[in-house]
Design a protein around this ligand. Sequence first.
Ligand code: H79
Length: 461
Amino acid sequence: MKFFLINTKSHQFGVCEYKYAVWNYLMKLACSVFFILTWSMSANAQNLNTVNSGLLDPGSKTPKMIVDDFMDKRFGMFIHFGPVSLRGTEIGWSRGNEVPTLEYDNLYKEFNPQLFNADQWVKIAKDSGMKYLVITAKHHDGFCLWPTAFSDYNIKNSPFKRDIVEELSIACQKQGLAFCIYFTVADWHDPNYTQDQPGNMDRFVLTMKNELKEVITRYKPYMLWFDGNWEKQWKQEYGNELYQFIKSLDKNVIVNNRLGKGEHTSFSPESVGDYLTPEQKIGELNMVDPWESCITICNQWAWKPNDKMKPLKECIQTLVKTAGGNGNLLFNVGPMMDGRIEARQVERLKEMGTWLTKYGRTIYGTKGGPYKPNNTYATTRKGNLIYLHVFERNQGRLILPALIGAKIKKAYFFDGQVVAFVQNKDFGVLLNLPQVFPDTISSVIVLELDKNAENLSIAND
Ligand code: H79
């Protein structure tokens, strides 16, 4: 379009034929350069979004290999921590509710988690089989767990003073966990973050950029976990701008999908980020889009005294159903005000780790499917094997829909005990279950196929 416009103009200058030919030649050359430049610039400008959003900038998208590697990890630790642990109420949300705003905003003056030990937290995560860790560097209450230069409301000004984010990043690196940072786009403490004062969001976004630059350059996070994108102050353009900014600092950092205005559980043209984030629920089976469910070990994100803790069976089945749906589980703990994770939670996590020591190969690095998880079973697959996790014995037999395009050659429990079965392409697979299961939590039956299981279609759609 631009090419023709300028080309037409060139006719106006064509006084004599020779001059016209030279001029025409030069203009065509200039136009081609102009065309290529504007084309590539507009391609860049349009494509500020990321994975699956339809407006992709191939240059800024997180490399697929990196997101695939993240998805292989399957299990991570979410940590919600801050001065609010002094009250035992919900982080962010209890400000101005259970805890009066002025009181909440002054809690940091007493925040002194003397027993905080980054190596211990990371070891607890590692012993439970977790492969990455996400710390609430900044929640909606605006308090920063690192000594930022861009807000006084930070850990340096608490009696504790130590840089919790830095200590965790070092501990993760030492123990081989991927270190990640939670950073919400909401900040109910910052006066610039309001609906009533127009123009201040620009200043707020600038502060955010400065803070993000600090955490990205200092602590080199593997992934950034954004939150709060549903707030009306937050605009799509901020998300786009920040994504480009983040990628200019580290092109490989993974970003969850809460930076643009899109939904958490599906991609849309507004989505900014690499993966979906169902919250407090297990995501649906999805073989196309990467996803991670964040779920609490108790009810509250931040520590709450005597909060109801989930039984081991539920914790493990949550992990298994997540892997069975081809997703990751980001499992949350809220450490106490003295900096320790509750002993009963440590114990629960260790039990998960013990289970994973045995069954890890049915979880890590597997794909979900080829059956959709339900309350009776969930499956994962790797190579020629399907790992069938059975939660309920029901009537001593388990009927599965027929596999599409593959046959089962053998079926046996994880420990080797053979499982009798019949299969038929119309009626499916009937497995005879023993009176007593080898494992009360989740028994794994290995189905050995005649071909690779990883690309089979979903069989119970
Ligand atoms: O950081 C955690 C939540 O604080 C945050 N996202 C996770 C990872 C979040 N912010 N807003 N929301 C989730 C949506 C609002 C949820 C609510 Fe509630 C339900 C607000 C009040 C009831 C859950 C329970 C969050 C606070 C109390």
